[in-house]
Design a protein around this ligand. Sequence first.
Ligand code: GAL
Length: 421
Amino acid sequence: MHHLFKRFLLATSVAGLAVLTLQGANAQDKQNVEVLHWWTAGGEAAALDVLKQDLEKKGVTWTDMPVAGGAGNEAMTVLRARVTAGNPPTAVQMLGFDARDWAEQGSLGNLDEIAEKEGWDKVIPESLQEFAKYDGHWIGAPVNIHTTNWMWINKAALDKAGGKVPTNWDELIEMLDKFKEQGITPIAHGGQPWQDATVFEAIVLSEGPEFYKKAMIDLDPETLGSDQMKGVFDKLAKLRTYVDDNFSGRDWNLASAMVIEDKAGVQFMGDWAKGEFLKAGKKPGVDFVCVRYPGTQGSVTFNSDLFAMFKVDEAKVPAQMEMASAIESPSFQSAFNVVKGSAPARTDVSDAAFDDCGKKAIADVKEASSANKMFGSMAHGYAAPAAVKNAVFDVVTKHFNGQISSEDAAKELAAAVEAAK
Ligand code: GAL
């Protein structure tokens, strides 16, 4: 080859490389988000995809950092390691008290500029602002409102059982007995502490909104150790008898699959379960029924996924802001939450695109919130800090696994919460 031509080739490829590197640098520094999350189940991943695609359209690339494990306990462990190593991800899926904890430690950035420009204060409900703001400053972008006091019932099994949705404890037990007669597993459950606690908190709420508030929000020792709480544990023990032998350690989405595949009658779970039903092509009112846990209609226990933005290099901040802005856009709020099973995190999003369960979720949140019957979920980080939550998990799981009596469980609950406060 002629040496001049060779030189020309070299020059152009070097120039080409330079351009490529520049684009690469741009993409890396300005328009990339590394996102730590626990949305790895089918319905969750489908919802996450809505966010990913939305950002990609805006020129923000996505580096995925999934940490499997429902309710995010494992994700929070990985996060701590990353932050300790001085290398926090740009954006992190988080629940209320965890976000507050990171803010307190000074690890989170500030979204005030974008929040002010877009008027978040006026459209994001108070109950979410309490956690998405710290010390008056926005520290995270709320994605949704999940509520946890739901039952997801297999419609065919319910019809066979007489078709009546249970509205109190006795009717619930009747329905479960009928499921047993049908030869299916009455309750689809996964034995993981947060799942046990999700069932537990539904029973606590069914004792009345006041009781839930005193026990789970105010952490009142007398209420926690009361006879009424012993009664809650008795009910939990009764429900335990309707669970199959292989429940231990089962992931929540596999429990949902049991209801989806006609192997089980009902799952007590937050409305991310609906994401699984939809992903499997199931229709509300046709294949499954969504109703509140008996005795809790009118109240909700809620949690909201927010994306907290960590303090990172200046160059990465614009992508964080793009992401926060994308999350709060009303059209995104509708598109995402339709798939996820949750209600929007804004009060001004139309329910037109939502199915009947979604419409009910939105209406229930509105009703509960104006009646002061909307409470943070203990199982999902909105009732108390992680130390208290974990203390509750320990006692509830021990009891669920038959290691302590209901009486001792109530006593231990009061003592463990007091010690963890
Ligand atoms: C919740 C979270 C939901 C859902 C669920 C199961 O804590 O808020 O978005 O992912 O865990 O993983």
